[in-house]
Design a protein around this ligand. Sequence first.
Ligand code: ADP
Ligand code: ADP
Ligand code: ZN
Length: 218
Amino acid sequence: MNIILLGPPGAGKGTQAKLLESSRGMVQLSTGDMLRAEVKSGSALGARAKSLMEAGELVPDDLVIGIIANRIDEPDCRNGFILDGFPRTVAQAEALDQMLAEKKMDLDSVIEMKVDDKALTARITGRFTCAACGEGYHEEFKRPAKDGVCDKCGSTEFSRRKDDNAETVKSRLAAYHEQTAPILPYYEKKGLLRQVDGMASMEEVSRQIEAVLDEAAG
Ligand code: ADP
Ligand code: ADP
Ligand code: ZN
């Protein structure tokens, strides 16, 4: 099964994608993670993306479309993928459709995670991750069992994203409402759009997503 997790920054897409990787063996395709890896490696592509990402603006469509087109050809995607953070514009959604048609792949469901802007700011400014294994945490909503020690791997090194600050959040939310929200009617017309309550607990959101996937599987 191939799905899109759609929602504003901080909605919980990455959290739920990781849960689906373990429950269903699907693979998470996060354009944000891929772009951050490009920036870190110092590639030409990373250099094009860096300042836009730090300003909370979208990077050009051709850049992310190229990244996804390459990634989707990898054999692990045949077990099912979860698009996290892509598509983010109507042009990206159209390019995705074309790509999938060429590869004879299907899109089974587009799941919108609805969360209030106010809650998103708190989620983003409190977010941090384990620097060793990438496990996601939150200062208030998901603290490690033992302070300062990763539950998953025992590391004591954590990191925060440079763009996870109150000022950048404003531009990222504006980009979502102006450029990404218009893809909701695009998928609604195709009959693929489903909604879950992103304000609920991580466990409840996960149950709702699993129910959508069970229904899509028939
Ligand atoms: P996204 O990938 O959509 O930007 P994340 O999955 O990284 O969002 O979640 C943003 C932050 O909010 C993280 O710190 C995460 O631990 C926390 N979080 C995720 N889902 C929930 C939830 N349902 N309730 C409270 N906090 C959540
Ligand atoms: P979030 O967790 O807040 O949803 P992401 O990690 O998905 O954020 O994205 C971080 C940044 O990377 C975005 O603010 C944007 O600059 C860039 N980016 C990621 N995916 C895309 C995309 N599909 N199109 C354009 N820019 C993107
Ligand atoms: Zn860890």
